[in-house]
Design a protein around this ligand. Structure first.
Ligand SMILES: *Cc1c(COP(=O)(O)O)cnc(C)c1O
Length: 463
């Protein structure tokens, strides 16, 4: 971490305000491969290209703001996860990070499974032709209609989240003459975020059934008695944007402990455990995520070791990365509208989008990086805050970053690592039109989610 209130270096502005930012990179024109999609580079004119296409051309053809997604990178990352875990494990892409029919087809082709957590996500997956048995259905409050639809479709598993849902799914499956494969989601008392995790006995959150106080064991007891259910395993998801694997270690220890108790009490060894998602990505150069093969190795070793100690056969492992697959594959392309220097503070750079296309900064105080992409510049770095055009002072996209001091209206800037939880959380605040997702590959671009229009807005407003 190279953060300080007063970064040293020859090229920063004379006066810098108190703040939480990284010292400017030596070369603001450089693009750190950690935070940019694989095929991103600059052409001879200094214009950033992705998938072989200059961003200036993409902006002209598709407008700004736009999410630009590197399809080759998406496929590479999906395949890396699939390969890392091998044939004895399953990788479920968490659709809530970003889902469209094109993405579902890519996942299908790369051999991944899919997590959905609403009727809408299920409909998208099925519409794209994903085989139902490769879909897992999640959520803490699935409606009876959603459950019925999932059971009828034949989803591979429903992840049960409460005592009431155990009964609900069992009844619906039985009334349809089916036996539904289910996992039971438990909370193991591990909360993991970025660089730290907390292991406690209790977990105060809406998801899952607590291991504490024997509640998870009771849930398994009840589920095993119901004819409509086939209990295939235990599910645990401990957090998001995690770099530290020790949280998974504690979680796996506790999940395997439950498997052992189940074996001792019921004489059954559940065949699967799901360790969830939450693996971190690089939003700025300060973040150092692990590679899928390192994560696979670490998780497999932890589970194998814990099972050997409990004298259980190692169950089939599944994981559910969302952000780690799609996050780094896209950037948001914006046009600069105004540049407003505030003396002794910072320069506010306003773009043509904002919190409606990226709520993460406002919601989670997320950090992002940003670069000038329509040209290079040798101007001195200036400390900027990239803000949107919404009527809200918290409408911040990038809180603190450096851009060249000659930045001007009409320049294109891009915020990398916006593939996850940006389009999927986009809103119509201020009746903003949600941006398109443009997929690029091998010199060709294709809109996979089109830009919203005013007609789209007015269609819902029935007058
Ligand atoms: C959100 C979620 C994921 C994916 O999380 P990422 O941080 O995108 O990897 C996986 N599993 C469950 C149950 C989730 O709720």
């Amino acid at each position: 971490m190279s953060r300080s209130a007063h970064p040293a270096g020859p090229r920063h502005a004379d006066v810098l305000p108190e703040g939480h930012y990284t010292a400017p990179a030596d070369d603001l024109n450089a693009l750190d491969p950690k935070v940019w999609a694989h095929t991103v580079g600059r052409d001879a004119d200094g214009v950033v290209t992705v998938g072989g296409l200059p961003v200036t051309q993409l902006a002209e053809e598709y407008g700004t703001p736009a999410y630009v997604l590197d399809e080759a990178d998406f496929r590479d990352r999906a395949r890396a996860w699939r390969t890392a875990f091998g044939a004895d494990a399953d990788v479920f892409y968490a659709g809530k990070a970003f889902l469209s029919r094109a993405v579902v087809r890519w996942l299908d082709e790369e051999g991944l499974n899919l997590d959905v957590c609403s009727g809408g996500e299920l409909a998208t997956a099925l519409a794209a032709g994903m085989a139902a048995e490769r879909i897992a259905f999640h959520g803490n409050n699935k409606s009876p209609e959603e459950i019925e639809r999932a059971v009828r479709a034949g989803v591979g598993r429903i992840v049960l989240d409460s005592f009431q849902e155990i009964v609900r799914v069992a009844h619906i499956a039985q009334s349809l003459g089916k036996r539904q494969r289910v996992q039971i989601r438990i909370t193991v008392g591990v909360e993991a975020h970025t660089h730290e995790f907390i292991a406690t006995a209790h977990e105060d959150q809406k998801f899952g059934i607590p291991l504490a106080g024997g509640q998870a064991a009771e849930a398994v007891r009840r589920a095993l008695q119901l004819d409509g259910l086939e209990v295939i395993g235990i599910h645990s998801h401990i957090g998001s944007q995690i770099f530290d694997m020790s949280g998974f270690e504690v979680a796996a220890h506790r999940v395997v402990g439950l498997l052992k108790d189940i074996r001792d009490e019921h004489g059954v060894e559940l065949p699967e455990i799901d360790l969830g998602g939450g693996l971190g990505i690089a939003y700025t150069s300060d973040d150092d995520p692990r590679e899928p093969h390192e994560i696979a190795k670490a998780l497999t070793e932890i589970v194998t070791r814990e099972c050997e100690a409990a004298r259980l056969a190692t169950p089939r492992i599944s994981v559910e990365p969302g952000r780690a697959i799609v996050g780094p594959t896209a950037f948001t392309l914006y046009e600069v509208g105004t540049v407003k220097p505030l003396d002794g503070l910072r320069t506010y750079v306003s773009v043509d989008g904002g919190m409606s296309d990226n709520i993460r900064t406002a919601l989670y105080d997320a950090e992002y990086s940003v670069a000038l992409v329509s040209r290079t510049s040798d101007a001195e770095p200036m400390l900027v805050r990239v803000v949107g055009k919404h009527c809200e002072s918290g409408d911040i996209v990038v809180k603190d970053a450096f851009l060249p001091g000659d930045l001007a209206p009409g320049d294109l800037i891009a915020v990398p690592a916006t593939g996850a939880y940006c389009r999927s959380m986009a809103s119509n605040y201020n009746h903003a039109l949600r941006p398109p997702v443009v997929a690029v590959r091998d010199g060709a671009a294709r809109v996979i989610v089109r830009r919203e229009t005013e007609e789209d807005l007015l269609r819902l407003d029935v007058g």
